[in-house]
Design a protein around this ligand. Structure first.
Ligand code: TRH
Length: 394
């Protein structure tokens, strides 16, 4: 772990940061916050306190977390169980940088104490990721508090220039390259995850992390009936029921496996958060969802299919198309159109056609590493956020 102490200019002490996370559902809210908290602590030397209202969701990603403890230190981050909307830690200390994730509301007593501080904290609202163009216009816009002499800035993650970027640890590319270059590392991963060796090069390895999705049944049929072997790796979760129905078994939990025709499927245990990346690196194609796994698939530099988090009134569809526009921008017309058809079908618009999409996987693969390079030019979100906060603290 690299410890890079980053002092505030005023006191010489490390920057103290409070990060508030309310878990709405699933794992993305805490997934993003936990990753950001660790990066700020390990890569920027900040003293980070992470307030989380749902320790059970958190524990799925971080099994060493004790769900019974009100306060605990995990990997250099102080974790506070945010057990009531008004709760703000037992001793009310206000950090130099305060981040409210995804517009969760800060405890009123905390905001009042922020306003009372002589040196006002830098207050950021970390928004959800969107690839839409308007994001760059709103990124870092200030919003004055209606009652206090405080201003909050909106920090918008994004895929393009002028946005806050997305999270990427400094060591991520090196870890991926080491995995890809080491037959031993891959063999060990396969043995640990599946109990068997990696399949041969003729097999297409696919990871499947998705919400419930009606398009899965026709896709499983196409993989079963296709000419090429498919090895499907399915972390247990919301799509597992569909696999169980397809294979005619009561459940498809971790350790389950089944073969029909050219399709072999194996269910995996949900891993600690760092354990998810090697699954992406071990696969030829990754189905991902929500926000954090969507980002990880892009850093994995392999073709991926995004199951976007569905919103009321189909508000998610322009976001899906905005991501496609970025990712597909330099793809030749035929693979770009096939990618769009397949992503749309996976998100409820049209029927999935595996043969149509599969023929363009080599082009998508070639695009994937170029795209990861383009994204990297925007800079890592934690670094961008730290730089902005420090400029405000001066
Ligand atoms: O779980 P998600 O669907 O999360 C969300 C939430 O629904 C949230 O409310 C919504 O607003 C947001 O998406 C857009 O998908 P996501 O974001 O990919 O988060 C999953 C996390 O789980 C991610 O950090 C990776 C991690 N993970 C593991 O740690 N181990 C695993 O085995 C797997 C499959 C995932």
């Amino acid at each position: 772990m690299t410890e890079a102490r980053s002092p505030t200019s005023a006191t010489g002490a490390p920057i103290a940061c409070d990060l508030f996370c309310a878990v709405i559902d699933n794992f993305g809210d805490i997934g993003v916050c936990w990753r950001l908290a660790r990066q700020l602590a390990h890569e920027h030397g900040w003293q980070v306190r992470l307030f989380v209202d749902d320790l059970h969701a958190f524990q799925k990603l971080c099994p060493t977390l004790d769900t019974d403890r009100a306060t605990q230190s995990v990997e250099g981050v102080l974790v506070e169980h945010w057990h009531a909307p008004a709760h703000a830690g037992d001793t009310l200390q206000i950090a130099d940088v305060v981040i409210e994730a995804f517009a969760c509301e800060l405890p009123p007593v905390y905001v009042a104490a922020m306003a009372a501080r002589t040196r006002k904290p830098v207050w950021l609202n970390l928004e959800y990721l969107s690839a839409e163009d308007w994001v760059a216009d709103f990124h870092l816009r200030p919003s004055p508090h209606p009652r206090y002499a405080l201003s909050k800035h909106f920090f918008f993650p994004g895929l393009g220039p002028g946005t806050g970027g997305v999270l990427k640890e400094r060591t991520l590319d090196a870890e991926r390259l080491a995995f890809e270059r080491s037959a031993n590392a891959r063999e060990t991963w396969w043995r640990n995850a599946t109990g068997g060796p990696p399949p041969g090069p003729e097999t297409t390895v696919i990871s499947l992390f998705a919400y419930e999705n009606p398009a899965i049944a026709p896709l499983l049929e196409q993989w079963r009936d296709g000419g090429k072997p498919v090895f499907l790796l399915v972390p247990e979760g919301r799509i597992s029921g569909a696999l169980a129905r397809f294979f005619g078994v009561p459940a498809f939990g971790a350790g389950s496996q089944a073969t029909r025709g050219a399709l072999h499927a194996q269910a995996l245990a949900f891993t600690e958060q760092r354990g998810y990346d090697p699954l992406l690196w071990a696969s030829d194609l990754n189905f991902v969802r929500g926000e954090d796994s969507f980002v990880r698939a892009q850093w994995a530099a392999r073709p991926f299919v995004w199951h976007i988090y569905p919103q009321a009134d189909d508000a998610h569809l322009p976001k899906l198309d905005a991501a496609l526009a970025h990712y597909g921008s330099t793809l030749p017309e035929a693979p770009r159109a096939a990618l769009e058809r397949f992503w749309h079908a996976w998100n409820g618009r049209g029927a999935p056609d595996w043969a149509d999409f599969a023929q363009h996987l080599p082009a998508c693969r070639a695009r994937a590493s170029g795209w990861a390079g383009e994204m990297a030019r925007v800079g890592d979100l934690a670094g961008n956020l730290a730089e902005f906060a420090k400029s405000q603290l001066k």
